[in-house]
Structures are given as structure tokens and as C-alpha cells.
Write a protein that binds this ligand. Structure first.
Ligand code: NOJ
Length: 772
């Protein structure tokens, strides 16, 4: 059976390019680990299950020998660490680990979320490129830079589907759609682990898929909150990306903080074993999220000993910072509450990962100071970041073709994000150099004919609440104890606004740079009121009163409610957080050196009361047209229409496209057959452009209710001005299947509506396909 499994995985690796090792390599690995484990004490085996973060000396160059972790490491009670990123320190720790009785190397993890020192656009922004090669490339570059910095394990990709933008961590994922999320998950895993999946290379890094699972379904968007989503809905709308990452060969998973079906993920056997290992065939290891094992006690599942037994038996292999496994498993073994085999199974999985990473052969293979000096934060990689950023900013409005701007225009660049390096980079940039980030002001000055055409004004406070503003500024600095936040509100709001208005009056066009700081999204940053903060809103109203054309350049990690902005701004470019070259990339787009080509992967609501609002919702028995006003006894609100401001899949560019002639190669398809859907797309404008062509399917009759439409395929194409192209998509059973009420993955015969369009709203008339 084991041999058959191995052959299957090896064949799958050849087909998908997934990470796997050959049967002969596997048998060599097995006997190496058998020999090693035969010699290890039970304490050492449990030690491998212990992951510790940061270490007390994170900000120093010296190992603190008194540190609790150093002491444990020398006793062989630590299997890995994370968050250090200092090659010399990591070498020193590896030295200590190798002095242990069995010379077992450490793995070194890190939160490399969108680049390492060279930051790329935040993951949500990356997803809006709908360009899988580009996304893979960003992970590839991050892998090269991280491995050159000593890291062999990245806590990425984050593949949690999120339909509620109040949840701050929506910034870290690929949006609301499970199919698109699955494609992004694969691209990221390939980028990190290499298409060959050969982790013995020293520029490939092991991926850790997080946060497994369903973390993005947090109730009311409150971080860490329980998930109350049925198993069937989870399988249909949330779990696909985690599965896709397993198919791509991801080496590890991280269990999430939340509960699902009443059991926290860290002790959830259905998630960690039944689905992940038994159904999806994953054979790497699962690490908990930070102290999520210990937090099982707070969830009320028992004391630390009890919950450690539960988590191990559910399928957790490694405990991040919880100290549950290391402090209780031996006792539980002695008391007969766990089996030695369960401990050994987990230990073996950690050792296998180290083996696959080639660390037993060369524990220092990533720890090369020369490589670090040469390969980290290079100009070449910054240029790549700029190129990637070009495809990650979504043009939401462009009335009267305000954009692209002329390079001869007099431009007022105003707002708290205009000259703000720190907040250009986005969440999770602990290792980045914020001060080196190109600001919007700088980017615009570098692009115009003469910098004197550009004026600048801070424009407003971030928000009226000074205490909150102080907490929300300063990037990841809050993690460093020696950082004191800068004072805020040192100049009055009235003076700031008056200055911005004066500059606007003297300009041809205003670039209003507003939005959210890094700290306003990401972990532990849920917002109940997802709008542009009050003080900045006041600025926008004052600018509007000048009558000058206004381009709103938005910095955000989540969709915001922007109905007023949509009605009152002339153009809106949503730039999310684009990373180290933000300012240059934004200027390239504003001046039309590059045309925007991104489309939303999350719905932008009209009102907070609509939340959650997402495109692939169910119909109800009393459906209501999205744009119609209230009608009693239908599924709508009295006071707000159902339609969002900007739908999933939406985004503009500097040209326009027409869709025509949607046809199917056959209107009928046997269950094991295939048909081709083709559509003609024409560039009807005067400029070249890229278009993201999206195919949606609606299952008309089914034994369980199905969404009004679901994305099943997409293609990003280039079209010259006036050019037409025919885009074809193959449709097969896999695209029509779903999980029925019994959670079986089935294709139910009958009619399916096929739709193609530029976004999830404007899909035109469907063509019906009958599956016989
Ligand atoms: C907690 C976060 O939830 C997770 O995303 C991260 O990887 C770990 N901490 C480690 O920093």
C-alpha cells in the first residue's frame, strides 16, 4: 500500500509539477529516519514538535545563552524557530542544535507574506492581477530572497476565503472566490517550492498553507471568532484553496485559531486528518498557529495536558509557542493517555520535512552571509516589484477620462498617504525597509516633466480620534518594544485642510491620497465601520468644493464602503498597498505609461448593513433584482438596494471592450464529455489594453441550492486598439460538480447556464448547456 501511494504521488508530481520525492528517495529517507528515531529518547522526539518564535534576542546580534529557548535548544527540546532573519544568529543557533546528541538541525520559519525585504503588493492586491504567472513570480522572488536570508520555511500562502471585509486579514488572502483562490494557492506554492518541488535546492523554500481552516469565515468579521458555516457550504465555497495547495505539493499547513463545527481547528480531526490527509493525500506536517494549542484551554476544551492530547490525536504535529506538547506529552504517555506511536508519527513528519529540505546533508545550506549580502534587497528585485505592482491596482472610476494625466499638468498631491512610506507596504512587512519605500509624491515627482509642477499637502489627520490614530500609525513597529509611537495631531485639522484646498486651487488636478494604514488591516485589525476614516472624508469634501478634478488614490487592505466617493470623485484608483516601489508603480499608472489591468476579487459593498455581501450568493425563494428599490416580501432591504457599488471581477482600464457571440461547441454534453465555450472580445477604444475574460456557470436544477453564478475559468488577454480575439474555455464535469447535501462531490445532470463577461455583474445573456 505504501509503495502504491508513493508511486501515485510521484506520478501526480510529474503531472502537476507538485513537490514529491521519488520512491527510491523515499525509501532512503525512511531508513535514515528509522535509524535516527531508533536512537532518540522520547523527550527528544517530543522536542521536535516544539516550535518557538522570536527568541528574546531578536533585535541583537548575539545569542543570549540565558534565554529560556536557548536552554531548551541545548537540551534538544526545540525542533524549529521562526521570526529571526539574521543569518549570523541563525548560524549560531544551528551550531547549538547540532551539538545535541543526534545533530538534528533546526528549521527556520518566517512570515514572508508578500516578499521579504523587498516587498511586493499585499496578497489581496496580487490576486486582483488575475495573473497566475505574476503571482508565482512574486512568490519565487520572495523565496530567493528569504532563502538567501537563512529562511527555509515560509508561513505562506494564506488561502483563507473571506466574504466579510470587516475581517482585517482579508488583506492577506485572495478574496472571496474559492476557484480563483485555488488557482492563486497553487501559483504561490509553485513559486515558493519551485515547479520541481525540489526542496533540497537552496533557493526553494517550504510553504506553509494557512490558516487551516475556514479562518476567513469569522463571524461578523471579528478576528479569531467562531465560524458557523455548514460543512457543505465550507466544501463548496471555502475549502478549495486549501485542497489546491495540497495538490501543488505544499510541505506544511498551519491550523487556524477559529472553531469550525464547534471544535477549534487546532484540535479538529475532520479538518486535520479526515479531509487533509485521508481525502487530499497530504503527507507533510501541520503546525499550530501561535499558541492556538494553548488557547484550546481558553476555548474550554480542558487543561493544557488534556488539549495537547486532543490536538495530537486530531492530527497536529507541531506546537507553535504553546508549550503544550513539550511540557505535557511525556506525562500523558506515562499515564497511558497518548500512544507512543502518535508522538512518533508527528516527530517523523517533522524529521521528514528537514530531510526533504536537505538539512541533514547540509544544515547550513541557507546560512551563507555572502549570499545574503549579494542577493537581498537588490535593484533588480525592486524593478520586478514595480512590474508586478503595475497589474495590481484597480481602476474603479474614470469619469471624463481624467486619467491618464498629462506629464505637463500642475498637480496637487494631498492627503495623509501622499508622502507616507511606512503605509505603502501593507501588513506583515516586519523585515522590510519602510523608509526605502517610494511614496506616491516621490513617484509623481519622478514622472512629471518638472518637479515644480507638483505641490504637496498632508491634507488632514488620519482620523479624529488621536489615541486610535497613534496606535494605527507606525507600521509593524508595535512589535518592537523599543519603538515609541510618534505624536499625532500636532497641527490642527483646519490648517491641514486649508493648506490642501489652497494647493488644489492652484493645480489642474488633485490627487487625493487617502485610506487605511498598515495597522488598520491584517491580524487583529477588524473594523466595524469600513469607510475612509472621518478626518480624511472631511478632506475629500473640502476638495470637492474646489470644483477641481479629483483623482482618489486609495490605500487599503480591504474593500471599503465608498458610495459617496463613487458619486463625487472623478477617478478612483484603488492601489491597496503595492510594496517597495509603490510610488513609481502608481505614477506609471496615473500617467498611462502602463494601463491598469486589475479587477476586484472582493465585492465593494454599498452599505455596511449589507455585510456579508458577495457575488456567488444563493437565490432564495423570493429573489429581488439587485438594482430595484424595496418591494415587500422579497429578499431585499427597505433602505438600500442589494447591488454593491463595485462587483467582484470589476475593474476598468484606459480602453473599452465589447463581448459578443458567446457560443458553445455543443448544447449537450454527456457526463464524461467536454464542450468548448467561445466568445469574441473586441477592444473598442483607442489604446491597447489587457482584459480579464471571466466565465461563470449557474446550475439551474440541483438537489441542493446553488449560487446564482460561480466563476469557473478566466483568461487575461492583451488586445491592441481595434483588435478582436476569440477566447475559448473548455467545460468538463469537474467544472459542474459540487458537494451535495451528503457532502458527496457529484455532477447532477440537467441544465447549466454558461455566462461570459468582464465582471460578475455584466455577464450578458446566458447560453444553456444540458448535461445528459
Ligand atoms: C499568527 C498569525 O495568525 C500567523 O499568520 C502567523 O504566521 C503566525 N502568527 C506566526 O507569526
Amino acid at each position: 500500500m505504501a509503495m502504491k501511494n508513493c508511486l501515485f504521488k510521484w506520478a501526480a508530481a510529474l503531472v502537476f509539477g507538485a513537490a514529491a520525492i521519488s520512491c527510491s528517495q523515499k525509501s532512503r529517507m525512511d531508513s535514515f529516519i528509522d535509524d535516527l528515531m531508533a536512537d532518540m529518547t522520547i523527550e527528544e522526539k517530543i522536542g521536535q514538535l516544539n516550535l518557538r518564535g522570536y527568541w528574546g534576542f531578536r533585535n541583537s546580534d548575539k545569542i543570549n545563552m540565558e534565554d529560556e529557548n536557548t536552554v531548551m535548544l541545548q537540551k534538544g527540546l526545540i525542533g524549529g524557530t521562526y521570526g529571526i532573519g539574521n543569518v549570523q544568529l541563525m548560524r549560531g543557533l544551528q551550531d547549538l542544535a547540532l551539538k545535541g546528541p543526534h545533530q538534528i538541525p533546526l528549521i527556520f520559519g518566517m512570515d514572508v507574506i508578500h516578499g521579504y525585504q523587498t516587498t511586493f503588493p499585499i496578497p489581496l492586491a496580487l490576486s486582483t492581477s488575475w495573473n497566475m504567472d505574476l503571482i508565482e513570480r512574486s512568490a519565487r522572488e520572495a523565496a530567493k530572497e528569504a532563502t538567501a536570508s537563512g529562511i527555509n520555511w515560509v508561513f505562506s500562502p494564506m488561502v483563507d476565503i473571506a466574504r466579510d471585509p470587516r475581517w482585517g486579514r482579508i488583506a492577506e488572502g485572495a478574496g472571496e472566490d474559492a476557484y480563483l483562490g485555488g488557482e492563486v494557492a497553487k501559483a504561490m506554492v509553485y513559486g515558493y517550492q519551485g515547479r520541481d518541488g525540489d526542496l533540497t535546492r537552496n533557493d526553494n523554500v517550504m510553504a506553509c498553507v494557512k490558516h487551516y481552516g475556514m479562518y476567513g469565515g469569522a463571524e461578523a468579521g471579528r478576528d479569531y471568532a467562531p465560524v458557523f458555516i455548514s460543512r457543505q457550504e465550507a466544501l463548496n465555497a471555502y475549502l478549495r484553496p486549501y485542497q489546491a495547495a495540497a495538490e501543488a505539493g505544499a510541505g506544511s499547513y498551519m491550523s487556524s485559531f477559529n472553531e469550525f463545527e464547534g471544535v477549534p481547528a487546532t484540535a479538529n480531526r475532520y479538518l486535520l486528518t479526515d479531509l487533509l490527509r485521508d481525502d487530499w493525500g497530504f503527507d507533510g506536517f501541520v503546525v499550530s498557529d501561535d499558541k492556538s494549542l494553548r488557547e484550546l484551554t481558553v476555548h474550554g476544551l480542558g487543561d493544557l495536558q488534556e488539549v495537547s492530547v486532543m490536538a495530537l490525536q486530531a492530527g497536529l504535529d507541531m506546537d507553535m509557542n504553546g508549550q503544550g506538547f513539550v511540557s505535557t506529552l511525556k506525562k500523558s504517555l506515562d499515564e497511558g493517555r497518548v500512544r507512543k506511536a502518535d508522538i512518533e508519527k508527528a516527530c517523523r513528519r517533522i524529521l521528514e520535512a528537514k530531510y526533504k529540505l536537505g538539512l541533514f546533508e547540509d544544515p547550513y545550506k541557507y546560512l551563507d552571509m555572502d549570499r545574503y549580502e549579494q542577493e537581498v534587497f537588490t535593484d533588480e528585485r525592486k524593478a520586478i516589484s514595480r512590474e508586478i505592482a503595475h497589474e495590481c491596482a484597480v481602476l474603479l472610476k474614470n469619469e471624463g477620462e481624467v486619467l491618464p494625466l498629462k506629464k505637463s499638468a500642475r498637480i496637487a498631491v494631498v492627503g495623509p498617504f501622499a508622502d507616507n512610506a511606512e503605509d505603502m507596504q501593507g501588513t506583515w512587512t516586519m523585515s522590510a525597509h519602510a523608509q526605502d519605500c517610494v511614496t506616491i509624491l516621490q513617484g509623481i515627482k519622478d514622472a512629471v516633466n518638472h518637479p515644480s509642477q507638483v505641490s504637496f499637502s498632508e491634507g488632514s489627520w488620519l482620523m479624529y480620534d488621536a489615541d486610535l490614530e497613534q496606535k494605527m500609525r507606525g507600521g509593524m513597529g508595535f512589535l518592537r518594544s523599543n519603538v515609541t509611537p510618534d505624536p499625532v495631531h500636532t497641527v490642527s485639522q483646519q490648517r491641514l485642510i486649508a493648506d490642501a484646498v489652497a494647493k488644489a486651487r492652484n493645480a489642474d488636478v488633485v490627487i487625493a491620497c487617502v485610506g487605511e494604514t498598515n495597522n488598520m488591516n491584517g491580524e487583529g485589525s477588524s473594523r466595524a465601520n469600513i469607510v475612509i476614516p472621518d478626518a480624511q472624508e472631511e478632506l475629500l469634501h473640502a476638495l470637492k468644493a474646489t470644483g477641481k478634478p479629483i483623482v482618489l488614490v486609495l490605500t487599503t487592505g480591504r474593500p471599503l464602503v465608498m458610495e459617496w466617493e463613487d458619486e463625487n470623485m472623478d477617478a478612483i484608483l484603488n492601489t491597496w498597498s503595492l510594496g517597495i516601489e509603490s510610488g513609481h508603480a502608481i505614477a506609471d499608472l496615473l500617467f498611462g505609461d502602463v494601463a491598469p489591468s486589475a479587477k476586484l476579487t472582493t465585492t465593494f459593498p454599498r452599505h455596511i448593513g449589507q455585510l456579508p455581501v458577495y457575488y456567488n450568493h444563493k437565490n432564495t425563494g423570493r429573489p429581488h433584482p439587485d438594482y430595484d428599490p424595496y418591494k415587500k416580501f422579497t429578499s431585499c432591504y427597505i433602505d438600500v438596494i442589494n447591488a454593491p457599488v463595485y462587483p467582484f471581477g470589476y475593474g476598468l482600464t484606459y480602453t473599452t471592450f465589447r463581448y459578443s457571440d458567446l457560443t458553445l461547441s455543443s448544447r449537450e454534453m454527456p457526463v464524461d464529455g467536454k464542450v468548448t465555450a467561445s466568445v469574441t472580445v473586441t477592444n473598442t477604444g483607442k489604446r491597447d489594453g489587457k482584459e480579464i475574460v471571466q466565465l461563470y456557470i449557474h446550475d439551474v436544477y440541483s438537489t441542493s441550492t446553488r449560487p446564482v453564478k460561480e466563476l469557473k475559468a478566466f483568461r487575461k488577454i492583451d488586445l491592441k486598439a481595434g483588435e478582436s480575439k476569440t477566447v475559448s474555455f473548455e467545460i468538463a464535469a469537474e467544472d459542474l460538480k459540487y458537494y451535495n447535501h451528503d457532502c458527496e462531490y457529484v455532477l447532477e445532470k440537467g441544465d447549466f447556464e454558461i455566462m461570459v463577461g468582464p465582471n460578475s455583474r455584466d455577464t450578458g445573456d446566458p447560453v444553456v448547456l444540458s448535461v445528459l
